[in-house]
Unconditional design. Structure first.
Length: 312
């Protein structure tokens, strides 16, 4: 009787994650054997043992875990994601976990409703609003929500920079009737499309005020389950109020040691005056080297409880 040859002893010891690194050429069979030995001696997980031996970096490990659990960081269908998008590149980071918490809050809030429509608003520049819009859109798309990310900042829109797309035609061109929405949409991921701001018009507020914005959202309703809309800074123009009125709900974005409380109050009052539901505030803190840390959504609401009350 012919005895079957045994499997590679290295890969049989460490399972799929080790096989993945072996296939990528990031580990050799000898290194995998050493990792398996350290695992056995110290009762470590594969990744911890590989890090302890210096064979893998935390970034390599995070990206591999992301692929294994369905948070692949492969190239976008169009463009390429900026390295600052932690949710895309580092799905097991603290930043990514806080964004997932926010996503869970929103999914609960909108449970039973046909569509998720959210406008992100901040009272000052550099509050992290556009970063949060891009991250939240990616997060929603990764749980199967067909998501449309819209840059409605027709004065200084920058969302296209997060995806290295240059500055193509977009929302302003659609609202002006120059092109159709289908011509302007850019697919980024299987469940994520992007509508950039487009060329800056001479009359952004008037264009946003026209019925075409509402008609655009309605025409896209069959194609998408979730809409995440970025806007111009609330204290500099009334564009954000106009856009938020179209979606019906808003998330305010504040930044530690940067956003003034009075400006947050005014932004909230402006949104409520427009008949918009203020869902809460994302408290955003920038750290060294441009990294962003997002406090849990529920904690942010408690922190600013004198200004914003979460509705049941």
């Amino acid at each position: 009787m012919q005895v079957p040859e045994p499997r590679n002893p290295s890969t049989s010891k460490i399972g799929r994650l080790g096989e993945l690194f072996l296939q990528k050429g990031l580990l050799t069979p000898e290194q995998i054997d050493q990792i398996a030995q350290l695992q056995k001696e110290k009762k470590l997980r594969f990744g911890d043992a590989a890090l302890a031996l210096g064979y893998l970096s935390q970034t390599q490990l995070d990206q591999a875990l992301g692929e294994q659990f369905g948070y692949s960081t492969k190239d976008l269908i169009n463009g390429s994601a900026d390295k600052s998008l932690k949710f895309f590149y580092f799905p097991f980071s603290k930043e990514a976990e806080e964004i997932r918490r926010l996503r869970s809050e929103l999914l609960l809030k909108f449970s039973g409703q046909d569509k998720i429509k959210i406008t992100l608003v901040s009272p000052a520049r550099r509050d992290g609003k556009s970063y949060m819009a891009a991250s939240l859109a990616i997060a929603l798309s990764q749980v199967g929500k067909r998501t449309l990310l819209i840059d409605a900042d027709l004065r200084s829109g920058s969302l296209h920079e997060y995806f290295s797309l240059g500055k193509p035609d977009g929302l302003s061109s659609v609202l002006a009737g120059r092109i159709t929405a289908s011509d302007a949409l850019i697919q980024l991921m299987p469940n994520l499309h992007f509508l950039p701001a487009g060329p800056q018009p001479p009359n952004p507020l008037e264009i946003l005020r026209a019925p075409r914005m509402r008609e655009l959202l309605e025409s896209c309703s069959e194609q998408f389950d979730a809409f995440v809309v970025d806007t111009h800074t609330a204290t500099l123009a009334s564009d954000a109020q106009m856009v938020a009125h179209q979606t019906g709900s808003v998330l305010l974005v504040a930044r530690k040691d940067h956003t003034y409380v009075d400006e947050l109050r005014q932004a909230k009052a402006d949104m409520q005056a427009a008949g918009v539901e203020v869902l809460g505030t994302i408290f955003n803190q920038y750290e060294s080297a441009g990294a962003a840390r997002f406090a849990p959504f529920t904690w942010a609401i408690r922190l600013l409880s004198r200004l914003f009350r979460r509705k049941s």
